[in-house]
Design a protein around this ligand. Sequence first.
Ligand SMILES: Nc1nc2c(ncn2[C@@H]2O[C@H](COP(=O)(O)OP(=O)(O)O)[C@@H](O)[C@H]2O)c(=O)[nH]1
Ligand SMILES: [Mg+2]
Length: 386
Amino acid sequence: MNRFLLYDVNPGEGFNLRRDVYLRMANLVKMLNKVQLWTLVLPAWNHLYHWRSDVNQTNIPWYTFFDIGSLNKHVPVIEFHDFVKVMDGRPIDDVIYFQHYKEGWGGKWVEKMDDRECNDNHPFYQLEDGLWHWYMPNITSVRFKCVSIQAEYSFLKDYLIHNLSNSWAVMFPRGEQVMHGEYSEWTARRSVRFSKDLVSIGDKFRSTMLDSDDFRDQTVMEDNWKKMKRKHGDALGGPYLAAHLRRRDFLYGHQDKLPSMKAAAQRINEILDDLHLKKVFVATDASGEELEGLKINIKPSVEVYRYQGDKNVLRKYGDGGVAIIDQWICAHARYFIGTTSSTFSFRIHEEREILGFRQETTYNAFCVDGNSACEQPSKWKIIYKK
Ligand SMILES: Nc1nc2c(ncn2[C@@H]2O[C@H](COP(=O)(O)OP(=O)(O)O)[C@@H](O)[C@H]2O)c(=O)[nH]1
Ligand SMILES: [Mg+2]
């Protein structure tokens, strides 16, 4: 029997945490597949809080953003709309809605999960047909329950194999509730490659605006990620500095860590001087007006670039596509400086680790005004396992 694991993430979570939850679920499927055949169903992307442009952004398949062939080299995956065809109206067996332990975790970390009453409102409801429904019209389930959990994803392997052995399809709508584990995280991460279309748009911007190409930058990628193994220092990067300046909601949630645009510009000027670079690429969710506040404080001899995508790109790939192109360009810079605590910056760190940049050129973050020695991002060293 081929079984299917469906998952989703709390609707309020952003794109780059979602990418992280994918790694956990993919690795769970990897472990399961040593015992039983499971396929991971990729949850269609629906409108996210940060997607601000007015193009339609619902039910976006993963191939819009990622290279499905590369994902499939790690674990078998299927797009949600293809799974709906496989289902052919048949309900899935179990929806397991993860939640915290209401009483907290008691200070001592033990892995556990228990059936519990549901803590909060959830989007599932039972109709007269006896089935559980939710806002996706083409998914129903025979059973539904809330489960309190504190565990790494690996904990779910035995649960699925022993407790749900008769189920052909199981869904975890709150995948972010399970933690990371050690199991081949980097292997899963390496399998997450951007779609070829987005890569080529990013590459075009690099070559036309930033004098950057893979040959000169020493960032040529193997087609098959499994064959790619780089050492720190193998990559040089294009002749530009890249800065990720996270603004908007971060200005409220993390105001004690974010620089003013003026302080950010001063830091950018310093790095450009140190590295004798003349171009800076800025990835940001700032408004045009805010960005002006940065530009007027950058030395006049420096060229400042931002990528925003034209109408066609937005219509085809949405805000998610533009964000990925930004990340791709940042990943190829000679030097990167990002925003503390931003998962958008973290994903760039990983991309650079895969490409083989020296760590000093990657794990840098802006400091809040008046503190030039703030804590810098922790280094997550790439490990190659079989
Ligand atoms: N294009 C673009 N979008 C950004 C940038 N920074 C933030 N965003 C948008 O804001 C979202 C931030 O949410 P998330 O992915 O959760 O990252 P985090 O909140 O910074 O940890 C991104 O997914 C993008 O949609 C940027 O530099 N460029
Ligand atoms: Mg976020």
